[in-house]
Ligand binder design. Sequence first.
Ligand code: PLP
Length: 398
Amino acid sequence: MSISKKLSEEMQRSSWIRKMFVEAERLKKERGADFILDLSLGNPIAEPPDAFLASLKGAVLDSPPGTHRYMNNAGYPETRKAVAALVSEEQGVPITEDHVLMSCGAAGALNVVLKSLLDPGDEVIIFAPFFVEYIFYADNHGGKAKIVESDEEFQPDADRLREAITEKTKAVIINNPNNPTGVIYSVAKMREMAQVLADASAKYGHPIYLLSDEVYRHIVYDDVELPSVFKEYDHSVIVTSFSKDLGLAGERIGYIALSPKIEDIDAMCAACATTNRSLGFVNAPALMQRSIRSCLEARVDLDLYRRNGEVLYEALVKAGFQVVRPTGAFYIFPKVPDPDDVAYCGFLREKGIIVVPGSGFGRPGHIRISYSVERKVAQKAAERFAEIGLATGVKSGA
Ligand SMILES: Cc1ncc(COP(=O)(O)O)c(C=O)c1O
């Protein structure tokens, strides 16, 4: 085999989400598309808002010469300026277009920042349950992911964070609102973490970066305050995209926003532009940069997600599941009655429900339910969870 040994191992361990999705597709053919309720993928189902579609049409029709050429690796200044204004307002900290780099989605943004920061063997702290790709992204750039358990409510634990930091720690990645749990980190928790990071940065004599993945920032259901990482911590970087709030996951458009208080901020911005090029992204898609800049505050219709989340959460609670109520993103992460979450997913599969085992996110004994699905799928799934209750398929004494 010509592919690298490391990659073939990674492919063996490959994402549970993909495995479950492939299994769902197979089962749909075998048992009928109506019977199989696929709640495995976090593919944003809400369509892009009209404001974006109008802007896209305008951008296509208005294409003067030069529109489709290479540009600055950081992206168009006009788009970065518009994004900087949005971030300044959301974070309550003024930034300029010099602190913004347009990226190929949040995934591209994370890879750009990690490549800019990591030396071989540097550690990147990730809270479990986690978005599994973080582990691969750290590894892509010679880093080593170090997992820290979040608490029972899936909030980050500052004491555990303090214990995990070593002189090799270069960055901590958080995801708020969170995939796979649907929780939102509170301002108080963020402040505690920031203090730990500031103390450890002083102790080890180098800044530890806080990378805040905010792809679900606008997919929130309650009137909760999302913390401003720029206010809380100097060495913070926001990595995000329009994949979820504008429904543009396939278009690969996102950005990096860097706190102006980062030491050597100019060098860090220049490093990100360089890695955007050397990683092969070169620059974020031109047409998307031109299309989003006039509709940055447009949003997909959140009502579908909100109602799906409510109906599933209520069904799970009624059925007796231990579950933390989601307030953001489009996932629920209940504890399941069988500690073997992989076996439990097999049991649910027999009942026509496809979900992802918590093991795939570093928290066994749970499942991740994605409610980015058609309304009728969420409704049927809620009914089926109610029928199944806390049954497990494990025979007593077996
Ligand atoms: C937590 C998290 N971060 C990053 C991404 C990747 O986002 P993008 O499509 O913008 O690269 C996803 C996608 O599902 C995600 O759930």
